[in-house]
Design a protein around this ligand. Sequence first.
Ligand SMILES: [Zn+2]
Ligand SMILES: [Zn+2]
Length: 136
Amino acid sequence: MEWTGGCLCGSIRYRASEAPHWASYCHCGMCRKISGAPFTGYVQFPEGSFVWTQGKPSQYPSSSGVTRRFCGDCGSSLTFEADGVLFLTLGSLDFPEQVAFDCHTYTSSRLPGIELADGLPHFSGPVGGKGGRPID
Ligand SMILES: [Zn+2]
Ligand SMILES: [Zn+2]
């Protein structure tokens, strides 16, 4: 199975050699702003398995210790990075339907009318990225 992705205009591309070991949906207001979507999927690949293969993303420090990367040409949101752990946006993957999700986070900020029917665990706040251990 191939794990590749990139931005809408094609100037930024990436590849991962292993399957993701963590994926979660975030319903927080900051992810909503940066993605323009009601909630956002994030995918974490095992350390060392991920490389940028084309282009250099722009970056924005959205809060203390957090960097978000995006394409400076087309604006596609590409990563959320905290404490050195990198998550890719689900929508930037070429085959997002291959990803098995673990949970929903920040559901306290979920928009009214969004019904979650996938049976995954919900957390009102964040969860840890490495291995997905719940923080609250
Ligand atoms: Zn682009
Ligand atoms: Zn979020």
